[in-house]
Ligand binder design. Sequence first.
Ligand SMILES: Nc1ncnc2c1ncn2[C@@H]1O[C@H](COP(=O)(O)OP(=O)(O)OP(=O)(O)O)[C@@H](O)[C@H]1O
Length: 208
Amino acid sequence: MITLQLTDLKKSFGPNTVFEHLDLTHSQGPLGIAGSNGSGKSTLLQCIGGLLPPTNGTITWKEQSEVLSSGAIQQRLGYAAPYINLYDELSCLENLSFLANVRLQDYGSNIEEWLQKVGLGGVVDQPFGKISTGQRQRLRLAAALFHQPNILLLDEPGSNLDKSGEQLVKEIALQFSGDNKLLILASNNNQELNLCQKVYSIETQAFL
Ligand SMILES: Nc1ncnc2c1ncn2[C@@H]1O[C@H](COP(=O)(O)OP(=O)(O)OP(=O)(O)O)[C@@H](O)[C@H]1O
């Protein structure tokens, strides 16, 4: 079982405090983060995913009762968000191959499988910068998933996706409802938040 524990978390940008005194524990399955525009959902997700240092407080990941090191978290973590970009000049396939090389592991046929699964089989050789916005979002999802993470962070996963893309997000959320999996999904979209077993409001700092 994977557990995330946030204790007395605070994030400020200069004089602007986005959230403070935030305590949250979540074990296993999909957790939604809700809140209006500018309430701090992306900021919280970036702190959880290690992209932003919190101003105060602690973020602890555990697998069973063992505290995970930052290296262990990076191995287990997938993250898809509009602010995580891929290389415009590289093709879809080259982008994922590059990420696989960075991870220093052989993922066998996983990359091709994920490109098919997200519906990009017809554009594998197209540069990321030249595919449509919805296709780019699909590639971001594949990039977050091909290494088979058991922790997944998704920021507005359905943005620019059509009906089949929404179905894909639903399947991903279902996949992360299983044992030893944890999904955190930040969104304004109720349809997406409904995919989550629990929803936490960043504004009230309570479960809805
Ligand atoms: N790098 C930054 N520097 C300064 N302020 C920032 C930075 N990132 C976010 N903020 C501020 O933090 C606040 C929360 O922004 P954030 O993007 O986390 O909100 P959000 O809930 O994800 O919004 P949305 O629903 O519009 O995506 C905003 O006031 C924003 O301007």
